[in-house]
Design a protein around this ligand. Sequence first.
Ligand code: SF4
Length: 392
Amino acid sequence: MPEEGTQAADEIAQRGDRSYNPGMASKQGKAEFRRDLLRWFDQNARDLPWRRTRDPYAIWVSETMLQQTRVAVVIDYYTRFMERFPTLASLAEAKESEVLAQWSGLGYYRRARALHESARAVMAEHDGKIPGVAAELARLPGVGVYTAGAVASIAFGECVAAIDGNVERVLTRYFGHEPVPGAARSGELRRNAEELVDPDRPGAFNEAMMELGATLCLPRAPLCLTCPLRQGCATRGEHSVPRARKMLSREIGRVLIQRRQWPRTEVLLDQRPADAPQMPCFWELPQIREGREIKEAALLTLRHSITNTNYYVTVYGLNSNEQKLLSESHGERAWVPVRDLQGRPLTGLTLKILRRLKVMPGYSGRGPAIALDEVAPDADLEFELAVPENAT
Ligand code: SF4
């Protein structure tokens, strides 16, 4: 009887896959991988707020926020979100606009809507108890294979893989596979990942893989010399590096109009229509009428990056009697009290402008607002700006 994995290694060798790491196919190879990885993680894991709990709801929130977004950006959003919605029931009872307001600036707003919808589904269909296995979690609205695996393994101890972009990169390099977008969803990489998960500590194993990808096995310059997996790694830095994306440039104008309605100050905002293809119902600063440029009224210029486009934004300060310079609103246009802004879903760009101009404070008085440039630039699900019609 051949040892487990030897046969698989032989089969792959016969297929001519020279990149396969045969040591991994054996029981011993897997055990060493787990041991080295977990030992490193136990000594180096970052102290993150969602790692101080095993509450499935809190872990679910954090894993949803962490998709496509860096840890440094998520920490403040997660903390505020959990203060506002400390339980699944409190999230389920909230209005969607309240949930989106807490998510404003984090991007990928479809995640927030799906999380909210799923919270309601759990309350209605599961008696308020989050399902404890990945297969059931994945049936909830907007819960993908990754999130289901992460929550099931970390909160409930199910032995299932959770493969995000970081983990996919580690596995691809470790096994010497050619990088193929989406490879983690099926095929050999997925099988490799499922076989590797530590049955005794599946949650810690998955967190360790994510941590390794986020802190050592970096996209462009991996820190292989300090990597606990370097002995068995097939590439150790000798891998193809994804080419940097070519960014497009666009210039646009936004307008800040404030008025004093004693005792309060108000800001003029447009709300996107409910059927808008991107960010429906979000509030934003009005746009300047096309072709208008009022140099003397420019308050600020800034760059705002979304997917593969850098938007160079000029913000004009106008008086309330100059509204004829604004482009037409496609939804509601309203004067919003400054003190109510925190409770409204604002587009990321609007939030950024209002904070830079000190119309709004930073996060809950906890230091400066996070620079929204830090939000993952490869947001391809939703756009925060209406792309001009003549954009190519
Ligand atoms: S040795 Fe280098 S390439 Fe291999 S897994 Fe570690 S950091 Fe990544």
